[in-house]
Structure formats: structure tokens, C-alpha cells
Design a protein around this ligand. Structure first.
Ligand code: GRF
Length: 194
């Protein structure tokens, strides 16, 4: 079985990226890591990726005059590395319809809420404020609307009465680490069937 070449896009610490790289290190996993790309030169995840022996690239959004020019540079880098599937993991730039269309059904994202609830930021504080009894995370295909694409997989955690956004975020993050490698496997299987 030919494995899909994976790029993980990050902006920060990259703990989800690390779990994907670990999973993709197994020879029977349907994706193999080809690249970790960051829009921030100081993203902690870049060092982690290098430590795993994975090639890294930085495309600093600040160096480009427009969102389109930034995305064209990212797209060229991805194609130069023969990337076939993209996983966003704490990548903090909103993508234009051009880029999203170019990677249609080839790009997934992890989001720390039970979508369609709470797209965008501050998901844990919003769940607590609303009085939700459960929270969680979702992996979804990336579409034009931010955090709006079809959901591939979700994991749930109970919200405790004494939870703060930080304690809830930590419990959800553990679930993200478990969920993302499974959901990426599923995404690869869906791509293969088409
Ligand atoms: C995660 O909570 C992810 O769901 C969100 O950003 C955070 C990234 O954390 N999109 P990390 O960089 O993977 O540690």
C-alpha cells in the first residue's frame, strides 16, 4: 500500500503535530510525514519536528504583501515536497477560498469544541459560560467557512463544576492527542476510496 505524503501545518507548540508524527512513523499507518510547515519562525513545534527527523519549512506570513501571496508560497512548498494530505494542527491563519479549493478533501483540521458548537476562539470559556455538561474536540475537512467543514470524528469529555477554561482545555487536549491520529487515518481511507 502506497502511503499518502503528509504535511502538518503549525503556528505554535505542536503537541498535536507530535502525535501525528508518532503515528506516521509506524510503517503500516496510511500516511507518512513529508513536511512540517510553520507560518511562524519561532513555533516550538519546528524543533520537535526536526528532533523526529522530519523536514521543516517556514513560510512567514509577515513577509508577504497579501494573503494570496503567502498562500501561493505555502502551496509551492507543499507541492515541492509532493504532499498529498495536509493536517492543520494549531495553524492560526484563516485560509482563502483559493487555498481551500486547491486542497479540497485533502486538508483536515482539529478544533477544540464539539462542532458545530463554538467555531473560532475561546471555545472552553464559551462552553463553561453556557453551562454545557460536555465539551470536546472535532476533526473536520477544511472548507471555506472557518471551522465549518464536515466532521470526520469527535471525542467528548464531561465538564466538571469546578472547571476553568485551563483545566477543561487540558482534558480536551488529551483527547485531541488520541483523536487526531485516528481521524487522519480515517481521512486517508476516505481519500483512497475516491
Ligand atoms: C489545539 O487545542 C488545537 O485544537 C487548536 O490549537 C491547539 C494547538 O495546540 N486548533 P498544539 O500546537 O497542537 O499543542
Amino acid at each position: 500500500m502506497k502511503r499518502l505524503r503528509l504535511a502538518v501545518l503549525i503556528s505554535g507548540r505542536g503537541s498535536n503535530m507530535e502525535r501525528l508524527l508518532e503515528a506516521a512513523a509506524a510503517p503500516d499507518y496510511p500516511a507518512e510525514a513529508g513536511l512540517v510547515l510553520s507560518n511562524r519562525p519561532d513555533a516550538g513545534g519546528l524543533e520537535t519536528a526536526k528532533g523526529c527527523g522530519i523536514e521543516t519549512a517556514t513560510v512567514p506570513h509577515k513577509d508577504f504583501a497579501s494573503r494570496e501571496a503567502f498562500e501561493r508560497a505555502m502551496d509551492e512548498t507543499l507541492r515541492a515536497h509532493d504532499i498529498e494530505i495536509v493536517a492543520l494542527a494549531g495553524f492560526m491563519r484563516v485560509l482563502t477560498p483559493w487555498f481551500v479549493t486547491r486542497w479540497h478533501r485533502r486538508m483536515i483540521n482539529i478544533h477544540p469544541s464539539l462542532l458545530p458548537k463554538y467555531p473560532g476562539l475561546n471555545t472552553h470559556a464559551r462552553a463553561i459560560e453556557t453551562g454545557d455538561s460536555e465539551a470536546g474536540c472535532s476533526v473536520h475537512w477544511v472548507s471555506e467557512g472557518v471551522d465549518e467543514g464536515d466532521v470526520i470524528a469527535q471525542a467528548r469529555v464531561a465538564v466538571r463544576p469546578d472547571d476553568t477554561p485551563e483545566t477543561l482545555a487540558a482534558r480536551v487536549l488529551s483527547e485531541e492527542h488520541r483523536l487526531y491520529p485516528q481521524a487522519l487515518r480515517r481521512a486517508c481511507e476516505i481519500i483512497r476510496r475516491h
